[in-house]
Design a protein around this ligand. Structure first.
Ligand SMILES: Cc1cc2nc3c(=O)[nH]c(=O)nc-3n(C[C@H](O)[C@H](O)[C@H](O)COP(=O)(O)OP(=O)(O)OC[C@H]3O[C@@H](n4cnc5c(N)ncnc54)[C@H](O)[C@@H]3O)c2cc1C
Length: 396
């Protein structure tokens, strides 16, 4: 997060959501990133070059005040689908059903959109970067990464976006908020696809998984990793070792450990505060035995519904709110939202302070256990998972 104080721009790591927009909007190249050992980035400001225009501060998504008082009011009235690509191979190899990649590729192939900003795969950590796609570089399914849980600085290439009539942008809630502030005048119409996100992970989470799987991540970070894909809910692969995703997601990895610290100040997992037209997520809890994968697709606007109707390779099964409610897990998001004021350092009730401190303590405790002990049998990590989640106990 960037703040302006005393005629200077300051970087606040604890609130940084790692979107990368600040570098893209700086006209003086006064901002650069330094990769930290945990796989997140530190923003480095060259105060000599900085002209205090504050564009970086104004675009920084963490500076946006959030008000969640009415956040859950409209969920009964939204439109829900379980969606997937009609090609079983694509469906099987995508993050959860391939709706997102289908939107990207088919909206360009059909000419519905003349530009899409999303990610492309790369060979080096974090194995993805932002890319602008248009009719002269329509990606193939293999060019677009599945869900990348490491922080990607996805917005740092938004200057590649050329002027469009209809632009589709894809990103997590913080990335969409960052783009909203920076995209003015770039397109006559923007359709926003939100990748549902409760948190991005630091590299320490992958180190931990590697430890369990008996493999190493080299210091130069040239490792191969794969999250999800190959059937739903897929596998985690670090180098040649594998762990089924539904098992990996239970170990402390799934417990908000090693989260990008700025994710603690975002409670907008669905991207509705970022004006998302569509949100895409995993149908956890309602579709566990499914081998092929489906994308839980939440439509917020008529524009979003219209876009989906135009894409011939999508199958969409309409669902009622009651059917998808377990997968939405609104209670968990409510709990996260409750702690946002605590992590922002604002005034909050004794109960919230207690829950926030419990979460901090539990994170520190689990982190030090798994980092200081040698590799233990997997049963040890399973036992750790059985520990009660203190935040959830306090915020029932
Ligand atoms: C950090 C993160 C956390 C998530 N947490 C949850 C969760 O808690 N619960 C849940 O139900 N779903 C979560 N998801 C969403 C889920 O993993 C799938 O992205 C979603 O179901 C869409 O699946 P799909 O098959 O349509 O995606 P695909 O068709 O496989 O397309 C994936 C799309 O996601 C984009 N993408 C991948 N990683 C990132 C990233 N880090 N930032 C921006 N764009 C990215 C790719 O560019 C691509 O456009 C998370 C995703 C991410 C990236």
């Amino acid at each position: 997060m960037l703040r302006y104080n005393d005629d200077k721009i300051f970087f606040d790591y604890l609130h940084c959501q790692q979107c990368g927009i600040c570098e893209a909007v700086c006209s003086k190249q006064a901002i650069s990133f330094r990769l930290l050992e945990n796989g997140t980035h530190e923003v480095v400001i060259d105060h000599e070059k900085c002209i205090r225009c504050k564009r970086c501060v104004n675009c920084c998504p963490a500076n946006k005040e959030e008000d969640y008082r009415t956040y859950f009011d409209g969920f009964h009235a939204k439109t829900y689908f379980l969606g997937y690509n009609t090609d079983n191979r694509i469906r099987h190899e995508s993050s959860s059903g391939g709706v997102c990649k289908t939107i990207i590729i088919e909206s360009l192939r059909t000419g519905i959109a003349d530009g899409v900003y999303s990610l492309k795969r790369t060979d080096a950590y974090p194995f993805a970067e932002g890319e602008f796609y248009a009719k002269d570089n329509i990606p193939d399914y293999g060019d677009i990464p599945n869900s990348v849980y490491h922080s990607v600085l996805a917005c740092r290439n938004i200057n590649k976006i050329r002027k469009c009539k209809r632009l589709v942008v894809v990103g997590t809630s913080c990335q969409l908020r960052a783009m909203n502030a920076a995209l003015k005048g770039k397109a006559e119409e923007v359709i926003r696809v939100c990748i549902f996100c409760k948190q991005q992970k630091t590299l320490d989470s992958t180190r931990f998984l590697a430890k369990i799987m008996g493999t190493d991540i080299p210091e130069n970070l040239k490792f191969s990793t794969r999250y999800r894909g190959i059937g739903w809910p897929g596998i985690v692969r670090v180098n040649e070792s594998e762990l089924p995703w539904n098992r990996a997601a239970q170990i402390p990895f799934g417990r908000r450990l090693w989260t990008v610290s700025g994710c603690n100040v975002c409670g907008d997992s669905f991207g509705t505060d970022a004006d998302a037209d569509i949100t895409l997520m995993d149908p956890w809890k309602i579709r566990m035995p499914n081998e092929l994968g489906e994308t839980l697709t939440i439509v917020h606007t008529e524009r979003g519904e219209w876009l989906l109707e135009q894409l011939p390779s999508l199958t969409l099964e309409r669902k009622d709110f009651e059917e998808v409610e377990p997968a939405l897990d609104l209670k968990d998001i409510w709990r996260k939202q409750q702690l946002v004021p605590f992590f922002r350092g604002q005034n909050c009730s004794d109960k919230i302070i207690k829950a926030g401190k419990a979460e901090q303590w539990q994170r520190a405790m689990l982190t030090s256990i798994v980092e200081t002990l040698p590799r233990m049998p997997i049963i040890f990590y399973r036992a750790l998972c059985k520990l009660p989640d203190l935040r959830n106990k306090i915020l029932k």
